[in-house]
Design a protein around this ligand. Structure first.
Ligand SMILES: *Cc1c(COP(=O)(O)O)cnc(C)c1O
Length: 372
């Protein structure tokens, strides 16, 4: 089989998605399945739909197009606030978009009016994390303006935490979101379809809060794919944390010194490296590097140590392992590694959907989609 490749266990992904869907649904919270970490991979999108998630969200219009063209039947949400230059394609490809700039909403309105369609708007509110969002004091006026526009429908409000500023979703900020939703509903006599409380980082809030308030939606990526909440990266009970695995191949294996010798200057990336002399070492080179994956985010499944990487190589201390040339080495991936490997054209995407051991639930309906 080709290396490097990422092996994607669709049954495990579907299992995770279904468990999370049921967990959150028990308290009235629906999910958007976020596909950006898998680059809109159609097979993965199909696994989410099989698990009962009917709305998929991505930050890139291109990924939405990719899923649509592969025949994925779902509602599509654009997660990243669109820029003016994207307005046309957003109206064409997405049913809903998250927005924080009224000038862009005006463009979306003009375009969808011209096309005789309705584009749904979720207004994002800034509640501390300082990435996207209107300031709470601006929200009511913005909501009013969206409501007056043709071609767009105020479908809801949302917030995003724990992304840029690392701000924890908790009682205070989520209650603020709920009360803003109530204010809009009271003032304008509308019912918001979505009060979108956050992402995979909201798990601890959800499992500890007595009252979810008006929150009825979360946008989940990482917890579906990697089976963990994202504040401390603890595994979520009942989920698989190993739905993805990266496989690389040994291309050189030798005993060599542990410390570079000769005059030391900058490495390939402009750093001046420092190494400790640990005597002769079993070293191996793997045929995968920074053009394939964020190497920092990889954890080998063998007892070996990644000691460095260049664009095209990972260098490992093989310790006691026999790493003969041609041997396949498996890694677990964190979010950054997953995102980069799924995006790199050099990493083959291999979907696997054989029955999985230890499945607690009956396997979801089969789907015959093997997009790449
Ligand atoms: C990426 C993203 C998400 C999903 O985050 P996860 O941590 O993968 O659950 C949700 N909302 C927005 C706006 C995003 O950009």
């Amino acid at each position: 089989m080709m290396t490097p490749r990422i092996e994607i266990d669709l049954k495990k992904i579907s299992h995770n998605a279904q468990n999370l869907r049921e967990l959150y649904a028990a308290r009235g919270i629906g999910l958007f399945g976020v596909t950006k970490a898998v680059c809109g991979n159609p097979a993965v999108a199909g696994a989410l739909v099989d698990a009962g998630i009917d709305t998929l969200a991505d930050s890139r219009v291109q990924n939405i197009v990719r899923m649509r063209q592969a025949g994925i039947e779902a509602n599509f949400v654009l997660l990243r606030s669109p820029g003016p230059s994207q307005a046309e394609s957003v109206v064409r490809e997405a049913d809903i978009s998250l927005n924080s700039e009224l000038s862009v909403v005006d463009l979306l309105s003009a375009i969808s009016t011209e096309k005789h369609t309705i584009h749904k708007i979720i207004l994002m509110v800034e509640l501390g994390d300082l990435r996207e969002g209107l300031m709470p004091t601006e929200l009511l006026r913005a909501a009013e303006r969206v409501q007056r526009k043709n071609g767009v429908l105020l479908a809801g409000i949302g917030t995003n935490l724990a992304c840029f500023g690392g701000v924890t979703p908790g009682k205070e900020n989520i209650e603020r979101l709920s009360s803003l939703a109530c204010e809009i509903e009271d003032k304008f006599g509308v019912k918001l379809e979505y009060v979108s409380g956050g992402n995979s980082a909201n798990y601890d809030w959800f499992t500890s809060t007595e009252d979810v308030g008006r929150v009825n939606n979360l946008r989940l990526g990482e917890s579906i794919y990697l089976g963990r909440e994202t504040l401390r990266r603890r595994p979520i009970p009942g989920l698989f944390t190993d739905a993805f695995k990266l496989v690389a191949e040994v291309i050189e294996s030798k005993v060599k010194p542990s410390k570079p010798y000769g005059e030391i200057c900058q490495d390939a990336f402009g750093n001046v490296p420092k190494f400790r002399d640990r005597g002769p070492m079993n070293r191996a080179l793997l045929g995968i590097g920074l053009q394939d994956v964020v190497v920092k985010g990889l954890t080998p499944r063998l007892d070996i140590e990644v000691i460095g990487a260049s664009s095209d190589h990972i260098i490992v201390d093989a310790r006691e392992e026999e790493l003969e040339v041609g041997k396949e080495i498996e890694f677990e991936l964190n979010y950054g590694a997953l995102l980069s490997a799924m995006t790199s054209p050099y990493v083959e995407k291999k979907t696997i959907d054989q029955p999985t051991f230890n499945m607690k639930n009956p396997c979801p309906r089969e789907r015959n989609l093997h997009g790449n």
